[in-house]
Design a binder for this molecule. Structure first.
Ligand code: AKG
Length: 192
């Protein structure tokens, strides 16, 4: 695999204030993106997690998988991590995988608390498979227009120091969608 070459699309910072959000496309080429999607889709142990809302337990509207230093990473994950680390010059010790099976799967407005995320609170998000809309809005400044990005397969988003002030989501849609895999890399520092 070649190191990502010329990026067709790279926004320096899409946020007007309170952190940065950069979009890179293509970060991985089509062949590698397809290969990663197939491997991760078939070889990941996808988990149906749950969330509690008003004392009722609901299934998460997507499947997930989580890797940290305590588990063995499949070769493709290590390969992706290496490219992300080489490009960003940052180290990451965890990855959360989300599988959006169809147009109904989604993640609602939230910010990533990331427990204790070091390195200027950098989160790197990689997309494979179906294109889905990633929306971002400021928590309280209503003068700032929401931002919307179509996350293409093989794209990368780098979010820095924005989680306190901005919310993000991938909404469900009425338009039929095939499966999409998202990976978010973080460097989590344990608190003692
Ligand atoms: O699927 C995405 O692009 C976003 C995922 C996300 O927001 C999260 O895992 O916290």
């Amino acid at each position: 695999m070649q190191l990502p070459g010329i990026l067709e699309y790279h926004d320096i910072n899409l946020l007007p204030k309170d952190g940065s959000l950069e979009y890179f496309y293509p970060f991985f080429n089509e062949e590698d993106s397809d290969r990663f999607f197939q491997k991760l889709y078939t070889q990941t142990e996808w988990i149906q997690d749950e969330m509690e809302i008003y004392d009722k337990v609901h299934p998460l509207p997507r499947l997930i998988s989580w890797y940290d230093e305590s588990c063995e990473w499949q070769p493709e994950l290590l390969e992706i991590k290496r490219f992300v680390e080489d490009y960003t010059r940052q180290k990451f010790n965890t990855v959360l995988l989300n599988l959006y099976r169809n147009e109904s799967d989604h993640v609602s407005w939230h910010s990533d608390k990331a427990r204790n995320s070091a390195d200027n609170k950098v989160i790197v998000s990689i997309s494979f498979g179906e294109t889905r809309k990633f929306q971002v809005k400021h928590k309280w400044d209503k003068n700032l227009a929401p931002i919307s990005i179509d996350l293409m397969p093989g794209s990368m988003v780098i979010m820095k120091n924005m989680q306190d002030k901005w919310l993000h989501r991938v909404a469900k849609t009425a338009i039929p969608k095939a499966a999409r895999i998202n990976l978010t890399f973080r460097n989590i520092v344990k608190e003692f």
